[in-house]
Design a protein around this ligand. Structure first.
Ligand SMILES: Nc1ncnc2c1ncn2[C@@H]1O[C@H](COP(=O)(O)OP(=O)(O)OP(=O)(O)O)[C@@H](O)[C@H]1O
Length: 254
């Protein structure tokens, strides 16, 4: 049987065009449960467009998206989150001024359809506080629980964003350049934490730092001009002359 039937997340001929410009062209990919999958490609290749088609940020011009067997192509972003597909949120816009724990509590209460009552947190919402604290421990943020998120170093702010995404209990976590804009030392630590996330969370990520991609990804898809150039293990991708050519071409332009 076809491996596609085992996929947790799968796209079929996904295409997005604006006028005559094709940003994603017939992209058919599948991601099994537990995948650690990187999407790479030169600037403008269509990586972020693809993530937006998965989350419902954009509707495709053609093609379909399946999550856990269900056709989610035209579902709302909110419905997709409820069904288990989440991307990271930006804390600086969403939860400015809140502590790490308060932010995660809000996200957990939102998932459970509960109202978050600030001054009664500990007595009334023991279960949620305990869920929040174990999430923070998993991300090594437990010591920062009472710090205002925006006062944390950038690497840790990214971890808070991941904590907020994980609070929705996703099956699939989408990370769009998690290490962008943070110092190298912090990005290595960020990926060390991501690498220890449990396998019941499937991870698809976009990352420009090839060192991080090759250290962390177990499969890599290369997009060029909106289409899939190739997909394989890190060794296969590293040895593929077409991939080298794409990146060398880009370097020459720059
Ligand atoms: N809303 C839009 N309307 C028109 N064109 C768009 C829109 N969004 C993206 N594009 C175009 O689609 C192309 C692909 O963009 P996308 O952001 O998906 O690429 P990317 O691979 O994520 O690039 P980068 O690595 O630079 O982030 C770009 O040329 C971009 O200008």
């Amino acid at each position: 049987m076809n491996q596609h039937h085992d996929a947790l997340l799968r796209t079929e001929g996904l295409t997005k065009q604006w006028g005559g410009f094709v940003a994603n062209s017939n992209v058919s990919l599948s991601f099994p449960q537990g995948a650690r999958h990187a999407l790479i490609g030169p600037n403008g290749a269509g990586k972020t467009t693809f993530i937006n088609l998965l989350t419902g940020g954009f509707l495709p011009s053609k093609g379909k998206v399946f999550l856990d067997g269900a056709d989610i192509t035209s579902m709302s972003q909110h419905e997709r989150v409820k069904r288990g597909m989440t991307r990271t949120f930006q804390i600086n816009t969403l939860f400015a001024g809140l502590t790490v724990l308060e932010s995660v509590m809000l996200a957990i209460c939102e998932r459970k359809g509960l109202q978050y009552v600030w001054h009664r947190t500990v007595s009334r919402q023991r279960e949620e506080v305990s869920e929040a604290m174990s999430l923070l421990a998993m991300l090594k943020l437990d010591r920062d629980a009472n710090v205002i998120s925006r006062n944390l170093p950038y690497g840790k702010q990214r971890l808070v964003e991941i904590a907020l995404a994980l609070a929705t209990k996703p099956k699939v976590l989408l990370l769009d350049e998690p290490a962008a804009g943070i110092p190298q030392a912090e990005s290595a630590e960020l990926f060390n934490v991501i690498a220890r996330l449990p396998r019941d969370v499937t991870i698809l990520f976009i990352e420009h730092d090839m060192g991080l991609v090759f250290r962390f990804a177990e499969r890599i898809t290369v997009l060029v001009a909106g289409a899939v150039l190739t997909e394989g293990t890190p060794d296969e991708i590293a040895a593929d002359p077409r991939v080298k050519e794409v990146y060398l071409g880009e370097a020459e332009h720059a």
